[in-house]
Design a protein around this ligand. Structure first.
Ligand code: ADP
Ligand code: GLC
Length: 469
C-alpha cells in the first residue's frame, strides 16, 4: 500500500496547530505498520529546511491560469521523520517563512496543488490512495478527476480528512481560470453557495471523507459553517476517526524540553519540579493550583470569553490559584488578557508561539482549560492527560470523545456545557476543590496517564478506509 499525504503543515517542518502534529505522526506510524506513507507539503523557509539534507527529486513547469511557473520537488534523504518527505518549491509563492496569513494564500495553495498533481501525473506508477488534509489540498481530488491534463490519475482513490471545517478556502468564480483546463460540465462539483469552495469540492469528489473524531462527524451535519446539508448528503462515505498522539514526542519520561522527567509512579514530584520552574520563570506561586490555556486566541477556542471569565474567577476565588496563558490570535483578546495580567499578579500571559514553553506548561500545570466552541478533535487535552494534567473541557467534538467528567464513573476530567463565563468559573471552582483533595487528584492523574491514545490503534482505522476504496 502506498499513501501520499498532502498537507500545508507537518511537524517539525512547519506547524501552526494540530494539523501539523497529525501529519507529522500518522505517516510515521503507518510506515511502522508496513504502509509506504509519504508527505508532500510546501517548501516554506523554516529551520527544518536548513537543518536537513535534500536531493532534487523532480523539476518541471506547469500553468496556473496564463502564468507558467517552474516548480521543484526536493526529498529529505535521511528518513529523519520516519517517512519520505517531499517539499514543493515555487519561487515567489512558497518561499516564505510563514505557513498562512498572506494576501495571496489562494494563489499559493492553488499553485502548490497544481504542482503536486502535475508531478504525480508523471509518475510511472499509481499510488494506492492520495490523502488530502483540509482545504489547502481540497482541489486535488477534483483536479485528478476532471482536469484534462491529469487523466493518468483519474482512477486513483482519494481520501479527504477534515481537521477543521470552519476554514474552506473560498475563491470567487473570477479565479476559476487558476485551475488547469477542466471539464466545464463539472462546475457544480467546485461550487458551493456561489463561490468555488475547495473543502466542499473535496467532500464531493473524494472517495472517502474522514473527520478527526466521531462526535465531530455527527456535529458537522448540524454545524459545518454552511456545509451541513452537503455533509448530511455525503454521510455514507464519511467516517469519524479519533486522532492519536505521538507518544515518542509527547512523553514526560523522555521529553527533552522538561526540567524534570516523570512517569505515572513519580508524577507528584515530577510535576511539582516542572511547576516550580515555570512559577519561578513567570513569578507565580507554585503552592497554588496552576491553570493553563495553550492555543490560538480565536473564537473557535472561545478565547474571547477568557478575559472576563478569568477576571471573575480571580474575583470569586481570590488568590487561591495561578493562571498562565500561552497563545496568539485576535488583537482584542490579546489586549484583554494582557490588561488582566497587568492588574493581577496571579495571572501571566505569554503571547506568541512557543513549542518549548507549551511542553513545559503541559508538564507543570495542574489543570488545562479548553472551553472551545468548536473542537474537531483537540490534541491539547490528550497531551495534558499524558502529562498528568486534568483537562477542563467544553463538551463538544473530540473533547467529549476523550474526557470523562470526574463526577461520572471512572472520570478524570472536568466537563461543562457552555463556552461562557458562568460555566468556566464554575469549572475553576470544581478544580480548586479537587486540588485540595490530594488523594482524588493523584488517582485522576494516574488514571489519565495510563490511557492509550497512541497512533498504533488509529492507524488500523485508516488502513480500513484505504482497503475499502
Ligand atoms: P488546533 O489545531 O485547532 O489549534 P489542537 O488542539 O489540535 O488545536 O492542536 C494545537 C497544537 O498546537 C498543540 O500541539 C498545541 O500544543 C500547539 N499550540 C497551540 N498554540 C500554541 C502556542 N502558542 N505555542 C506553542 N504551541 C501551541
Ligand atoms: C484542527 C482542529 C483540532 C484538531 C486538529 C488535528 O486544527 O481544530 O481540533 O485536533 O485539527 O486534527
Amino acid at each position: 500500500m502506498e499513501v501520499v499525504h498532502i498537507s500545508a503543515e507537518c511537524y517539525p517542518v512547519a506547524k501552526a496547530g494540530g494539523l501539523g502534529d497529525v501529519v507529522g505522526a500518522l505517516p510515521k506510524y503507518q510506515n511502522k505498520a508496513g504502509i509506504t506513507s509519504k508527505v508532500v507539503m510546501p517548501m516554506y523557509r523554516t529551520p527544518f529546511l536548513y537543518n536537513s539534507d535534500w536531493v532534487v527529486d523532480y523539476k518541471a513547469k506547469a500553468y496556473m491560469g496564463g502564468w507558467e511557473f517552474e516548480y521543484t520537488i526536493i526529498k529529505e534523504v535521511n528518513n529523519k521523520l520516519g517517512f519520505d518527505l517531499y517539499l514543493v518549491d515555487i519561487a515567489g509563492l512558497l518561499d516564505r517563512q510563514k505557513i498562512y496569513g498572506y494576501a495571496d494564500d489562494a494563489e499559493r495553495f492553488t499553485a502548490f496543488q497544481i504542482a503536486v498533481v502535475h508531478w504525480m501525473s508523471h509518475w510511472n506508477h499509481r499510488p494506492t490512495a492520495v490523502h488530502c488534509h483540509d482545504y489547502h489540498a481540497g482541489l486535488i481530488p477534483f483536479m485528478m478527476q476532471h482536469c484534462y491534463d491529469y487523466q493518468h490519475l483519474k482512477a486513483v482513490p482519494t481520501v479527504l480528512t477534515i481537521h477543521n471545517a470552519q476554514y474552506q478556502g473560498w475563491l470567487p468564480w473570477a479565479q476559476s481560470m487558476l485551475i488547469p483546463k477542466w471539464d466545464l460540465s463539472k462546475k457544480g462539483l467546485l461550487d458551493w453557495g456561489g463561490s468555488i469552495n475547495p473543502l466542499a469540492a473535496a467532500i464531493k469528489c473524494a472517495s472517502k471523507v474522514t473527520t478527526v473524531s466521531p462526535s465531530y462527524m455527527q456535529e458537522l451535519m448540524h454545524h459545518a459553517n454552511g456545509l451541513e446539508t452537503l455533509i448530511a448528503s455525503e454521510k455514507n462515505k464519511c467516517v469519524g476517526i479519533l486522532n492519536g498522539i505521538d507518544h515518542e514526542v509527547w512523553n514526560p519520561a523522555t521529553d527533552t524540553y522538561l526540567t524534570a522527567h516523570f512517569d505515572v509512579d513519580t508524577v507528584t514530584n515530577g510535576k511539582q519540579k516542572n511547576k516550580q520552574n515555570i512559577c519561578e520563570q513567570f513569578g507565580l506561586d507554585a503552592t497554588k493550583p496552576l491553570f493553563v490555556f495553550i492555543g490560538r486566541l480565536v473564537g473557535e477556542k472561545a478565547a474571547d470569553v477568557l478575559p472576563a471569565a478569568l477576571h471573575t474567577a480571580i474575583g470569586a476565588y481570590g488568590a487561591k490559584a495561578s493562571y498562565m496563558i500561552l497563545g496568539s490570535g485576535e488583537p482584542l483578546v490579546e489586549a484583554g488578557l494582557t490588561n488582566l495580567a497587568f492588574a493581577n499578579n496571579n495571572i501571566k500571559v505569554s503571547l506568541g508561539y512557543n513549542e518549548l514553553l507549551s511542553h513545559q506548561l503541559y508538564a507543570a500545570a495542574d489543570f488545562l482549560l479548553m472551553p472551545s466552541r468548536v473542537e474537531p478533535c483537540g490534541l491539547n487535552q490528550l497531551y495534558a492527560m499524558r502529562y498528568g494534567t486534568v483537562p477542563m473541557v467544553r463538551s463538544t467534538g473530540g473533547l467529549q470523545d476523550t474526557v470523562i467528567d470526574m463526577g461520572d464513573a471512572g472520570g478524570y476530567g472536568i466537563r461543562f456545557t457552555h463556552a461562557n463565563e458562568t460555566d468556566i468559573v464554575h469549572a475553576v471552582g470544581r478544580a480548586i476543590d479537587v486540588f485540595e483533595n490530594k488523594t482524588h487528584l493523584l488517582w485522576m492523574r494516574e488514571r489519565m496517564m495510563q490511557i492509550n491514545h497512541s497512533w498504533e490503534q488509529t492507524v488500523q482505522s485508516y488502513t480500513n478506509v484505504y482497503k475499502s476504496l
